[in-house]
Design a protein around this ligand. Structure first.
Ligand code: HEC
Length: 149
């Protein structure tokens, strides 16, 4: 019995080469880097460089499927250039699911935050195979970076 528990642990450890495991360790890796500044209100006007750098690093979770230039190249998802405040399912030359095409909204930061938390909850039937990014801080950093595209 002990052995099978051990091998299950090993199997889990073996999976850790995957992206998901990287995701699980990110919050720890990124935690505690924010010096308390008391100037958080100013952050929304000019995003602090640390937040942007963190967001850029997190984009590794997206780059397999999304280009940052207005040319989707051979990526499976639509490009994300100018994504903040872009109308949903509007990138030319991209293939969208019926579910996303039936939507009618703009990708505000708020909507991006809801989407990235769990795409399939916001738009059931979406073809974006991405479970979601738990962690408010992580989504905030990622969206700050998306804002620069
Ligand atoms: C496995 C591939 C894949 C990954 C990983 C992925 N996406 Fe997507 N994404 C897609 C696909 C495919 C669509 C189109 C969904 C649809 O039509 O239902 C999409 C759609 C989107 C849209 C809507 C775009 C539009 O034009 O309306 C946004 C925004 C988006 N993804 C952001 C992200 C971000 C940010 C990440 C990283 C956290 C990410 N995606 C990770 C494949 C992916």
């Amino acid at each position: 019995m002990k052995n099978s528990a051990d091998s299950r642990l090993l199997a889990t450890a073996a999976l850790c080469g995957s992206l998901l495991c990287g995701l699980a360790t990110l919050p720890t890796a990124l935690a505690g880097q924010d010096a308390p500044s008391g100037q958080e209100a100013a952050a929304s006007e000019s995003p602090d460089p640390q937040l942007l750098a963190r967001g850029k690093r997190l984009y590794i979770l997206c780059q397999a499927c999304h280009a940052t230039e207005a040319d989707p190249g051979d990526k499976i998802g639509p490009h994300l250039a100018g994504i903040v405040n872009r109308p949903v399912a509007s990138a030319e030359g991209s293939v969208y699911s019926d579910a996303l095409r039936a939507e009618d909204f703009v990708w505000s930061e708020k909507n991006l935050d809801v989407w990235l938390q769990r795409p399939a909850d916001m738009v059931p039937g979406t073809s974006m195979s991405f479970a979601g990014l738990p962690g408010d801080d992580l989504r905030k950093a990622l969206i700050a970076y998306l804002n620069t595209l």
